[in-house]
Design a protein around this ligand. Structure first.
Ligand code: HEM
Length: 262
């Protein structure tokens, strides 16, 4: 993977993530009257924005921490702390997003947790909470044995990608549900594809493209921390100089301590 390609991909991904959030803010601001925290429908409007920002964009950024070449050398501990802290921030935004919708439902006497979207969403958030606490307890706190870490690592990796996929399904079903709720009058039905529908559908597609890129990078071996002792072309990235080629000495390097398994 060329250095230039790495920086281009990182820039593209950051821009896409930012666009996902901005599009959601613009949708709620322009077609639904903006934001408040008083239990009214404007409180609901915080829900999509906080969910996209927390469960999709920040969650993805936290998941991709180990794909940064800076994290490939030296101790893993600082990167584990960054990984856990970003996930915690994503979780806080997610919980606030749920508080917004429950607050609105209770204020407006709307039943809670009746739709497929809400079942999928609450399951996703529950799995995210379990994943964070288990990851923190096993991989960050020092008590766990090498055996336990080795056992749990593939499970942690599998659930990391699965939770992002479930978050995308939640976002898509949420967008769809909101459009069916809002565009049901005779003058601008969803089927006539009014401006709001075009914009919200596009926001959903943007979120899907962003998440697919994140999932690709998460599984692609060329983006992964090189195994200890294996020196490849990817070591070029460790120089972190985007434009000037600098001579490289191919010396096997020890990446991380033997007990640092992820
Ligand atoms: C990962 C992202 C998301 C998760 C985990 C999620 C989760 C939830 C949950 C658990 C509820 C039920 C609240 C209650 O019953 O009081 C809910 C409601 C709702 N959400 Fe989301 N949501 C997400 C994203 C979105 C997005 C992007 C939209 C787009 C506008 C949206 C629209 C709605 C709507 C319209 C409701 C109210 C109707 C219902 O209860 O299904 N959600 N969401």
């Amino acid at each position: 993977m060329a250095v230039r390609w790495f920086y281009l991909s990182a820039l593209t991904l950051s821009s896409l993530g930012l666009m996902c959030i901005l599009f959601t803010v613009y949708w709620m601001q322009s077609w639904h009257g903006g934001f408040a925290w008083d239990g009214t429908i404007f409180t609901f409007n915080c829900h999509p924005v906080l969910m996209v920002a927390g469960m999709v964009v920040l969650y993805s950024a936290a998941s991709l921490v180990y794909r940064l070449p800076q994290s490939w050398v030296g101790s893993k501990l600082p990167w584990k702390i960054v990984h856990a802290a970003l996930h915690l921030m994503a979780f806080i935004l997610t919980v606030l997003g749920l508080v917004a919708v429950f607050k609105y439902h209770n204020h407006a006497n709307i039943a809670n947790l009746y739709s497929l979207h809400s079942w999928l969403g609450i399951t996703t958030v529950f799995l995210f909470a379990c994943q964070w606490f288990l990851g923190f307890a096993v991989f960050l706190l020092p008590w766990a044995s090498v055996w336990l870490r080795r056992l749990l690592k593939p499970i942690h990796v599998f659930f990391g990608a699965s939770i992002l996929s479930l978050a995308i399904a939640s976002v898509i079903s949420g967008i769809n549900e909101k459009l069916f709720f809002s565009l049901k009058n005779a003058t601008k039905p969803y089927s006539s594809l009014p401006g709001e529908a075009v914009f919200a559908n596009s926001t959903g597609m943007l979120v899907v493209v962003f998440a697919l890129l994140v999932l690709y990078i998460l599984q692609a071996s060329s983006w992964k921390r090189p195994e200890a002792g294996v020196v490849t072309e990817r070591q070029l990235l460790l120089q972190l100089v985007p434009s000037q080629p600098v001579p490289v000495t191919y010396v096997p390097v020890t990446v991380g301590q033997p007990y640092e398994l992820w």
